[in-house]
Design a protein around this ligand. Structure first.
Ligand SMILES: [Zn+2]
Length: 232
């Protein structure tokens, strides 16, 4: 651990140097992976200042079926592990995958809940309902795999398949739905990863964490310490 972090840590508070590898910003495949305990944020020669997401890109996937290049998320994780770090798949909205090899998956993120609620508010949802929608998307990470063809009651459209609802829910603001498409893949989940461990398909469990999603430490308006269930 770096000396400065050690000095800031005590029995009740552990400070770990980290950063967030930031790929696709999609609502349903936001490919962000935390690199806990990795001191060097650059791959290869530090003079080139190339972050992992620049070397192994992860652009938005128009089909909405998860990471466009899943092998690159795996490469990020390998990079994190090679540098003695712990890899956390952050705010997944449920789209994560065993092949990434992450050690933890974020199962609560207040910032992501607020992002979804903001989109919903732009679509005309009342504030409390918009927040509920944000929590629903967040909970995709928690519960079992979903059938995206299940009918859901969408305002103004009646009952439509969940995949279409996800598409329409993000279409209204900046055409996000058009960028993402209507997801066709089932949503993977932390629950699935835990079951793989229970069933002997994985040699270690993937832990759940809650985060503040403070990407930008230089931003004094950042979300540090505003997480609802305790920050990590
Ligand atoms: Zn993030």
């Amino acid at each position: 651990m770096e000396e400065r972090s050690k000095a800031l840590s005590d029995r009740d508070f552990l400070m770990i140097n980290s950063f967030e590898v930031t790929g696709s910003e999609g609502m349903f495949n936001r490919d962000h992976v935390l690199a806990w305990n990795v001191r060097d944020p650059f791959v290869g020669d530090d003079m080139d200042e190339l972050a992992p997401e620049e070397v192994w890109e992860s652009p938005a996937n128009p089909a909405g079926t998860g990471a466009l290049y899943p092998e690159n998320i795996t490469r990020w994780v390998r990079y994190i592990h090679e540098n003695g770090g712990i890899a956390v798949h952050a705010h997944t909205s449920g789209t994560t995958n065993q092949v990434y090899g992450v050690d933890c998956i974020e199962v609560f993120n207040l910032s992501h809940v607020k992002d979804v609620a903001f989109y919903a508010t732009m679509l005309g949802y009342p504030e409390d309902l918009a927040y509920c929608l944000g929590l629903t998307f967040n909970n995709f990470a928690l519960y079992g795999e979903r059938d995206l063809s299940i009918p859901v009651d969408f305002p103004g459209m009646g009952y439509i398949p969940l995949s279409n609802a996800l598409y329409y829910a993000t279409l209204g603001f900046s055409g996000v739905g058009e960028i993402l498409g209507s997801p066709v893949a089932p949503l993977h989940s932390w629950d699935d990863l835990l079951m793989m461990y229970i069933n002997g398909e994985m040699c270690k469990p993937v832990w759940g964490v809650a985060n503040s999603d403070a990407h930008n430490t230089y931003n004094i308006e950042g979300h540090v310490f505003t997480g609802g269930t305790g920050d990590t």
